[in-house]
Design a protein around this ligand. Structure first.
Ligand code: PFF
Length: 445
């Protein structure tokens, strides 16, 4: 059977940017910026994206396109009879763990979208907004039902295939996402007192910088670009051979960063205009923003726009996670795509239900001292991603033959490859040391 492929540059780009732009950009980025010194954090983040993460995206694309296989088989093809394919297995596991909590948050966005559609936020009562959030997440049934709805969207898109599903829907949704963020940003700028929020994002305070801040910036760059777990390897395996991998990676990294900054510019001025602390975390999105919408003209309309943004961002990320496992299962077990997607979705939904319940009735059930939800979050983002990323750069930098890497980088020598030397140096030395530092920090903390 012929393997599915993206149609071309724009198709790969919207899918990769769709995967990268997610809840990580919309609440994690502004919140980390808030906690870690504003503009100074952004500058360090930008340096990491360009110097460390960009070469890692290229590396993942190289592994994927060179092998044209799912993330486990990719390593078996490039390094037969070695334990390297464990990286792929860990990636599949990480996808599962991320989905087990990400889909729950996806469900929350649908619930908020539904409620903002039926004008529930018209009363500017702060305490009620907080209890609305708590009531939702602790409820035993409602968030699970929304998670199921979210998962149905996810399964439907992935079932439709790479080109006719992932690419097609990303092509529709990503421009809408971009447009909506710009509308929200303009609206946010018009609020009285908004200038303080913009100032916070552009005026660096270097006195706030310490090792923790530097490491937080690297960790965020990793999560935000969907790196370290075979997601870009899987997407890379669908990239047509004529496409320039470094150009694609560069555009993906720039676009993801642009979205993060746009999200910051849309959220921060509103946060400052209403005198709210920029360090609210998940609550910033679900409690604080509805409060802002409740106080501005056409607030409900902006609430609807905002929750559509969150939904699109979350769904285009989650389809990339589901695709990692689907590619593996269909190719390994020779199973039909539809059946594989259904089975995986069912398993994810069961685990996601437990993580949803762990916000309420199962709060006391602890795995290694954490609730089920936090366990999936911590295990995937803090352990599996950095570990996977470290081994991916070691694989491309030290295991693969330099000529193989060069071939893929330059499309068999047809592209110039001026920057190959810099790329190869980073992959061999700079990136492994930097990732090892983040990883050590995360386990020692
Ligand atoms: N990059 C996504 C975000 O910023 O929300 C999260 C994510 C998606 C991480 C896909 C990893 C992944 F493979």
């Amino acid at each position: 059977m012929k393997r599915d492929e993206f149609s071309g540059f724009f198709g790969v780009l919207v899918a990769a940017v769709g995967s990268a732009v997610g809840l990580g950009n919309l609440w994690r980025f502004p919140y980390l910026v808030g906690q870690n010194g504003g503009a100074a954090f952004i500058l360090i983040y930008l340096a990491f994206v360009m110097i460390i993460c960009l070469p890692i995206i290229i590396s993942e694309f190289i592994i994927g396109r060179r092998s044209r296989a799912n993330t486990v088989k990719a390593f078996q093809i490039l390094a037969p009879n070695t334990p390297w394919s464990i990286i792929g297995v860990v990636g599949v596991l990480a996808s599962f763990c991320i989905m087990a909590f990400y889909t729950v948050v996806g469900g929350w966005t649908l619930d908020y979208l539904f409620r903002s559609l039926i004008h529930l936020f018209s009363k500017p009562d702060i305490s009620s907004l907080e209890s609305q959030f708590t009531n939702l997440v602790t409820s035993p049934v409602r968030p699970i039902l929304w998670t199921v709805v979210f998962m149905i969207f996810n399964a439907f898109i992935v079932m439709s295939g790479v080109k006719k599903g992932i690419e097609k829907y990303s092509k529709i949704m990503m421009p809408v996402l971009f447009l909506m963020i710009v509308i929200l940003m303009i609206q946010s700028f018009t609020l009285p007192g908004a200038a303080k929020g913009v100032e916070f994002l552009v005026k660096p305070d270097f006195s706030k910088i310490n090792t923790q801040v530097v490491l937080a910036a690297l960790g965020q760059a990793f999560f935000s670009l969907s790196l370290g777990m075979g997601c870009m390897i899987t997407y890379g395996s669908y990239i047509p051979s004529r496409e320039n991998l470094s150009k694609l990676s560069f555009t993906t990294a720039i676009s993801d960063t642009l979205f993060a900054i746009l999200a910051g510019l849309a959220i921060m001025p509103a946060v400052f205009a209403f005198g709210i602390s920029p360090q609210e975390g998940p609550g910033l999105v679900f409690i604080v923003l509805p409060r802002i919408f409740a106080q501005i003209p056409l607030g409900n309309l902006f609430a609807v726009i905002f929750f559509i943004i969150l939904f699109i961002a979350a769904i285009t990320s989650v389809i990339s996670l589901l695709e990692v496992i689907t590619a593996y299962v269909t190719e390994r077990l020779k199973m039909k795509r539809t059946i594989a997607v259904l089975l995986i979705s069912l398993m994810v939904t069961v685990c996601a239900s437990f993580s949803s319940l762990s916000q309420g009735v199962l709060k006391e059930v602890k795995l290694f001292g954490r609730t089920i939800f936090d366990f999936f979050d911590h295990l995937s983002a803090n352990i599996l991603l950095p570990l996977g990323g470290l081994f991916i750069v070691l694989f491309v930098g030290w295991y693969m033959k330099k000529s193989q890497v060069y071939d893929e980088f330059t499309n068999q020598g047809t592209l110039k490859g001026t920057l190959f030397g810099a790329f190869y140096f980073i992959i061999r030395y700079v990136a492994p040391v930097a990732i090892a530092a983040v990883f050590l920090d995360l386990i020692l903390r």
